[in-house]
Design a protein around this ligand. Structure first.
Ligand code: NAG
Ligand code: NAG
Length: 771
């Protein structure tokens, strides 16, 4: 009894410390210490800036590659389409028109034709499903989130449907976002099969402050049905009722801050390979999570008045860490047997461990540095909603009199100097910098100074071009967050950063700034190379020999002085054109490096995708104090046996300053060995890694045939540990089509022949270098 009481007060403290789902609370509890640093931005109660921004002809967002100067990115579903918010009628056609007017297609382009649809507060009754097209954000007023409510006469079984159930389509269903919305199915009988949201999606998609209300008491409803596909993150979702909160068949997903109340089952890992649930809350649920074969990692869970935290079967490999559970029901049931009974803080593993072999529920203590887990839990934060910041506290970068900015995507335009002046002004005045959609061409580095808050409209894009970014021996950032050693706030969300041409010396985004946890952060943003209508890379890089297509030096650089929180960021070297670009052929692009982490003061990667980069997708070089959860990677399609170039070519100069690899562990002509490394760990200390989703699909030349996967495995090694780290803890490392999960200095056997499962191989606990 004593123990239970103690737990109860602990739980209360835990709930209070979670990022508040209510945005009003969020700005008062999280923003105020930061405001002190810059006396702003000024707030007003209940006032949300977005609908009040200047949308005059020169100030509004424009899509320069869309082909119609009158094309509107921003739409208000009430003002522009006559939706009625009093809970009557059928508003589905108004929503559908807002999504599809001006010639938009359901599965259309993803970078050149964005649409941001604002939904004022109120209740919108729907009698038919809404289909959400690609490159679309639906968002409500965070002070008064709109309710999309299924009417009692609803036709169909899905309230909102995004992406596709067909895996050949769902893996290319990019760029769909939902924020500040409530989906409500309570008017539909609980014994009817019904879904609030179908989510058949890939990278670039996000949820933010999404609430789902379903009938309670054993209903059949599903909150989110995540189909096959390849997304990165589903975050900040709060679910009430339903038979299942979330059912998930996606390849890999990071679930951050999922909360279920009174759901029969909160999470069902029905298919796919790996899911990480960070800080889930199961309140009065029958079952927290179940899986019938998917690998599941649950970290920092709070289970109150609920059944088991996990019910696993079908060979699922499980990691539990720091689980609060206040009922007498078991914490874990595996194959029908209760195997863990009490709340605990240790790391519990059910699955293949190296060293140690197959574990059936062993525990180890895994202390966390306070730099990444200040109150014991790994730090998380929701993207700021700026709920109470009026338009007067926001600078529209296209509406600053002295600093004209075009965002017209032209290589002749240089928006850089004006953007630098505007960002400095926004920081000085403590205002939010709002980027209406545009393609902002810059010819030199854009600097994001301390006290910056940046929000894009529909993935507004900063695109680098010109000679400043062409010298691979002297790489230069297109966007640089702070100087070496600077500290302060830099919050960036809903932006895209890219290259307008082949730029072998471009570091697309570099972060140097540090601060308290969450001070320096990027949410729901993209770093892309090629594949879009805005870049000449898309039309030029179609030769098997990529020597002339070293399109960027590095995607994202977290430098040694930085401390950054990176949440749902997709770093993509394109493998195909997604904008129906005229004259786009195959995309055969060699981006040198994906994500380089040299930071030591505290780094959080909370859902990161890094795909098709030539030398590595992720490289942790002498990094310390790193929390990394859900790393989705794909090797480049044109390496391995039969490739035209053998690594490191065409990046022949090994640059030690950037932790480059030299493949000295491979024979000179061994093409299967000389392939991209998904994740490289070079020395460092206190590296906590959960949920590797490291896949390879193709080898040899790339001819665009997605059906022609490599024969057997594509590559020898998927991940590598270089200079031995002090305390590397890696959990649920899943690989596809590689002989070895890791290559390390101890020649540890990590072969997928020994450690099969998942999509080819899994090591549930790799602790060769653990403390
Ligand atoms: C655990 O899951 C299995 C398979 O889905 C199911 O048959 C069983 O009833 C569940 N156990 C509990 C205690 O819920
Ligand atoms: C686990 O979570 C609790 C709060 O629920 C926290 O106080 C504790 O420090 C956490 N971390 C570890 C490693 O136990």
């Amino acid at each position: 009894m004593k123990g239970v009481l103690k737990l109860a007060s602990l739980l209360a403290a835990t709930v209070a410390a979670l990022p508040a789902v209510n945005p009003v609370k969020e700005s008062s509890t999280i923003l105020s210490p930061r405001q002190a640093a810059c006396n702003g931005p000024a707030t007003e109660d209940g006032k949300f800036f977005y609908p009040d921004m200047d949308r005059g002809e020169s100030a509004r967002g424009k899509a320069p590659f869309q082909g119609d100067d009158g094309y509107a990115i921003y739409k208000n579903v009430v003002n522009d389409f006559g939706a009625v918010s009093d809970g009557t009628g059928d508003q589905s056609q108004a929503f559908q028109n807002a999504i599809l007017d001006q010639g938009r297609q359901d599965h259309g382009p993803i970078f050149k034709q964005p649409r941001s649809i604002f939904i004022p507060g109120g209740t919108y009754q729907l009698q038919n499903p809404i289909y959400v097209a690609l490159d679309t954000i639906l968002f409500g007023d965070p002070n008064n989130p709109p309710v999309l409510k299924a009417g009692p006469g609803f036709t169909g079984d899905t309230l909102v449907s995004a992406g596709s159930g067909d895996s050949s389509q769902s893996t290319t269903a990019f760029n769909i976002g939902l924020k500040n919305l409530v989906l409500d199915t309570t008017a539909i009988a609980g014994d009817q099969q019904f879904k609030a949201l179908f989510w058949g999606i890939a990278q670039g998609c996000f949820t933010e402050n999404l609430k789902i209300n379903m009938p309670t008491g054993g209903s059949q409803h599903v909150g989110i049905d995540i189909a096959s596909g390849s997304t990165i993150s589903v975050a900040d979702v709060s679910i009430t009722g339903g038979g299942t909160g979330i059912t998930n068949n996606n390849q890999q997903v990071m679930f951050k801050n999922l909360k279920c109340s009174q759901s029969t089952t909160c999470y069902n890992g029905a298919g796919g390979y790996i899911a990480v649930l960070q800080s889930p809350v199961f309140d009065s649920c029958g079952t927290g999570a179940r899986t019938s074969g998917q690998q599941v990692v649950i970290i920092d869970a709070t289970s109150t008045n609920s059944g088991e935290v996990i019910n696993g079967s079908g060979g699922a490999q499980i990691v539990l860490e720091n689980i609060s559970h206040d009922s007498t029901n078991p914490v874990a049931i595996m194959d029908g047997n209760p195997v863990l009974s009490q709340a605990h803080t240790n790391t519990w593993v059910w699955g293949q461990a190296v060293p140690g072999g197959y574990q059936t529920g062993t525990e180890t203590s895994n202390p966390r540095p306070t730099s990444i887990a200040p109150d014991g839990k790994y730090y998380i934060e929701a993207a700021p909603s700026y709920a109470n910041i009026p338009a007067s506290s926001v600078i529209n970068v296209k509406a600053v009199a002295d600093h004209p900015v075009l965002g017209d995507g032209s290589k002749d335009t240089d928006d850089g100097p004006a953007l630098n002046a505007i960002l400095q002004q926004a920081a000085d005045e403590c205002k939010v910098a709002y980027f209406p959609f545009g393609v902002y061409n810059v010819k030199d580095t854009v600097v994001v100074p301390p006290n910056s808050r940046i929000i894009g409209e529909g993935w507004a894009t900063i695109i680098g071009s010109g000679d400043n970014f062409k010298d691979a021996s002297n790489p230069r950032p297109i966007v640089r967050v702070g100087d070496e050693g600077s500290s302060g706030v830099a919050h960036i969300q809903d932006m895209r950063f890219t290259v307008g041409e082949v730029l072998p010396g471009a570091i697309i985004v570099q972060i140097n700034m540090a601060g308290a946890p969450g001070d320096v952060a990027i949410w729901n943003s993209e770093i892309t190379i090629g594949g879009d209508a805005a870049s000449s890379v898309t039309t030029q890089c179609n030769q098997q020999d990529t020597t002339e297509c070293k399109a960027a030096f590095l995607g994202l650089h977290l430098s040694a002085s930085s401390s950054a929180y990176i949440d749902n960021v997709w770093v993509w070297t394109a493998d195909h054109d997604v904008d129906s670009t005229p004259d786009a052929g195959l995309q055969i692009i060699s981006t040198g490096r994906g994500v380089l982490v040299e930071a030591t003061k505290g780094t959080w990667l909370v859902g990161i995708g890094s795909e098709h980069h030539w030398l590595y997708n992720l490289n942790y070089v002498r990094a310390e104090n790193v929390y990394s959860a859900l790393q989705q990677t794909e090797s480049p399609y044109m390496q391995g046996a039969g490739a035209v170039l053998t690594l490191p070519a065409p990046w022949d100069e090994v640059n030690a300053d950037y932790g480059d690899l030299d493949w000295s562990w491979c024979d000179g002509g061994d093409q299967r060995c000389r392939t991209n490394v998904a994740q490289n760990f070079e020395g460092g200390k206190d590296l906590f890694v959960y949920g590797g989703a490291n896949w390879a699909f193709f080898d040899g030349e790339w001819n665009g045939d997605y059906g022609a996967s490599c024969d057997g495995n594509c590559q020898t090694n998927m991940n590598r540990v270089g200079a031995d780290p002090t305390n590397l803890q890696a959990y649920s490392m899943n690989v596809k089509s590689a002989d070895n999960v890791f290559l390390d200095s101890k020649n540890t056997d990590t072969s997928t022949q020994t450690y099969g499962g998942s999509w080819g191989g899994i090591i549930d606990a790799y602790r060769v270098f653990s403390a």
